[in-house]
Write a protein that binds this ligand. Structure first.
Ligand code: HEC
Length: 101
């Protein structure tokens, strides 16, 4: 009986650990410090204000940082932040950020 509950708990933890995080959680923990609350800050004086970008452009940028086809002089910084995002997380983040402002 007890074992069943432990297995259930472990299974739930595994599920949460592997599934995508919601866009607002990712943004607030991983992006906000450089891009600002509404995405209007020029990150490290280099990026465009991402809060004003279209979802399509944000998606393209994040995929581009992942495969090395997008970016300016400070792209290595963004590559670090983009590489662990899944396709569906990018999709959600792009929508979320384009609606920040
Ligand atoms: C340590 C600071 C930092 C963090 C954290 C960070 N960024 Fe960036 N971001 C930058 C910089 C610097 C650039 C411009 C890089 C370049 O030269 O291409 C940039 C560029 C971008 C761009 C493209 C904007 C443009 O100028 O074309 C997008 C979109 C973006 N970031 C989204 C995100 C998202 C989403 C996250 C969180 C997962 C994030 N960033 C986290 C610093 C950061």
């Amino acid at each position: 009986m007890k074992l069943k509950y432990i297995l259930l708990l472990l299974g739930t933890m595994l599920l949460i650990g592997c599934s995508d995080k919601p866009a607002d959680v990712i943004y607030k923990s991983d992006c906000i410090q450089c891009h600002g609350k509404m995405g209007l800050k020029s990150a490290l004086g280099q990026s465009a204000a991402i809060g004003g970008m279209s979802a399509e452009a944000i998606k393209k940028a994040l995929h581009g940082y992942q495969d090395g086809t997008y970016g300016g002089p400070k792209k290595s910084i963004m590559q670090k932040h983009a590489y662990s995002l899944s396709d569906s997380e990018i999709e959600d983040l792009a929508k979320y950020i384009s609606n920040l402002y």
